[in-house]
Design a protein around this ligand. Sequence first.
Ligand code: QAP
Ligand code: CO
Length: 171
Amino acid sequence: MLLPIITYPNKLLKNISDDVVLFDSQLHAFLDNMYETMMHSNGIGLAAIQVAMPIRALILCIPDEEGNQDPNNTLEIINPRIVNPNGKTTYQEGCLSVPGFYEDIERYETLTLHYHDRHGVECSLQADELLSIAIQHEMDHLDGKLFIDHLSYSRRKKFEKEHKKALKEKK
Ligand code: QAP
Ligand code: CO
């Protein structure tokens, strides 16, 4: 089932999401719907709050060098915690909740992630490159933060201007 993606400036995106406590069939169905919604919108990552569900769950499907997304590479990440973030890297980020806008954002280069899978099993992974960036982008959503919240004052002004213009053109 496709879920509607909420977009900036919807205030729900500022919600701090709650830990998942029940790893039941309802959660599994919701994660399946998130996956369908992300793929339908050509996304590589989606946090639950982007479909108006304030729980600490996110999914990622990082493309390979050719840009292909293998469904078997999908990560379902619940109640995540970053340990040992290292280095700095910059990437031109976008977001399904801020369609059509992209900006360079600085993130940690590498990190270790502790999280739970859909069954509540404790997992951990080492991330670098795009996976590391995507994890940090999606985890920001769990704390009510968007990538545009990282912009300098002048870049943020540029965004607000472009956003207003895009709204007018949609009418
Ligand atoms: C987050 O972003 C991310 O504006 C996932 O028109 C971004 O899937 C992780 C998208 C950068 C790592 C690096 C955005 C699709 C998708 C748009 C996305 C759009 C259509 C964004
Ligand atoms: Co996003």
